[in-house]
Design a protein around this ligand. Structure first.
Ligand SMILES: NC(=O)C1=CN([C@@H]2O[C@H](COP(=O)(O)OP(=O)(O)OC[C@H]3O[C@@H](n4cnc5c(N)ncnc54)[C@H](O)[C@@H]3O)[C@@H](O)[C@H]2O)C=CC1
Ligand SMILES: O=C(CO)COP(=O)(O)O
Length: 316
């Protein structure tokens, strides 16, 4: 039985996808009233058009998760540590589905999992996948990172479905950082488009953003080729080019000077965390710097453009 912790857009979508593939799924959300209502009307507020199959059990009782040997963690990254530390859970495998770096510890999702659930095998899934697409059963491919390859093989076959194809790697850090850092670049791209800077500027930001990802991630132990895969290049391509992305939408609002959306935007905290990691490892990340300044309100788009274009000319 699969347990999903977090009944937001992504947790709901994954639960639906696994249920459609024949699994029994326990879907846990923290709000008692929302989960009780989901039990009755078979819908959840973050994906209101999606019907929950009968094999999903929505619950707010964490005790219902004790029967699950695989737990998918689908809560925002900055909440993961506190949440896991507060719940009495001991799954065999804990698969993070969140994208980001914990700002207070600079840990990625699997390190947070390893600290909070020391008896569980940590893993991560990440890659190009809008929750709505997964829930509708549209074809999707993700990276599954697990340092323990035998456990990774088990998870790959247990969690792949006819519409969700998982590619396995032991490069956990690469999978984590691909998913985390692409959100920062998506904010930059949204800001460029929102400010009317054009598609050429967006392509330059994507490419030079990828260069930043390829500098930081290997400094932290990732393999560069992982970043060129689904969690990295694949997710960058999706997120930087779609208004469905909440990170891109945040950038659009910053660039267009319109009210900022309130939805989960992991790239905001991740920009700050990535800069701290970059300083620690002596890595240059100018786009990430301007994203942190834009998000924090310390720079305008004009300042950001000047900062990027005035830098010393260099080899590619
Ligand atoms: N929505 C998407 O298309 C995708 C999302 N993700 C990732 O999934 C993660 C979750 O995102 P979404 O589900 O989209 O966000 P969401 O905003 O739709 O849902 C987040 C859920 O987490 C719950 N939550 C927040 N803090 C909590 C806490 N302290 N304790 C318990 N529950 C808490 C909220 O109540 C909400 O139900 C993020 O890291 C995101 O990057 C990954 C791929 C696609
Ligand atoms: O990670 C995602 C797609 O792969 C979802 O992107 P947003 O969090 O920007 O909406």
């Amino acid at each position: 039985m699969i347990g999903v912790l977090g009944a937001g857009a992504f947790g709901t979508a994954l639960a639906v996808c696994f249920a459609k593939a024949g699994h029994s799924v326990v879907l846990w959300g923290r709000d008692v009233a929302t989960m009780a209502r989901a039990h009755d009307i078979r819908r959840l507020p973050r994906l209101p058009d999606v019907m929950l199959p009968a094999s999903i059990m929505p619950t707010a009782d964490v005790g219902d998760l004790t029967r699950c040997d695989v737990l998918i963690l689908a809560v925002p990254m900055q909440q993961l540590n506190t949440l896991l530390s507060s719940l009495p859970l001991h799954p065999r495998c804990a698969v993070a589905a969140c994208k980001g770096v914990d700002l207070s510890t600079l840990r990625g999702p699997t390190e947070v999992v390893a600290g909070a659930l020391p008896d569980s095998i940590p893993a991560i899934i990440s890659g190009p996948s809008f929750a709505a697409d997964i829930a509708r059963g549209l074809p999707t491919a993700l990276s599954l990172g697990c340092a323990d390859d035998a456990a990774g093989q088990h998870l790959q076959s247990a969690l792949s479905t006819p519409t969700l194809r998982l590619y396995r790697t032991t490069d956990v850090v690469g999978v984590e950082l691909g998913g985390a850092l692409k959100n920062v670049i998506a904010i930059a791209c949204g800001a460029a488009i929102g400010a009317g800077l054009g598609e050429s500027a967006r392509a330059a930001l994507m490419t030079r953003g990828m260069a930043e990802m390829l500098r930081l991630a290997p400094a932290l132990g990732a393999r560069p080729e992982t970043l060129m895969g689904l969690s990295g290049l694949g997710d960058l391509a999706l997120t930087c080019a779609s208004t469905q992305s909440r990170n891109f939408a945040l950038g659009l609002a910053i660039g267009g000077n319109t009210p900022r959306p309130t939805a989960t935007t992991e790239g905001a905290a991740t920009a700050e965390a990535a800069l701290r990691l970059a300083a620690r490892h002596g890595v240059e990340m100018p786009i990430t710097e301007v994203v942190a300044a834009l998000v924090g309100g310390q720079a305008s788009v004009e300042d950001a453009v000047r900062h990027l274009l005035d830098r010393d000319l260099t080899e590619e």
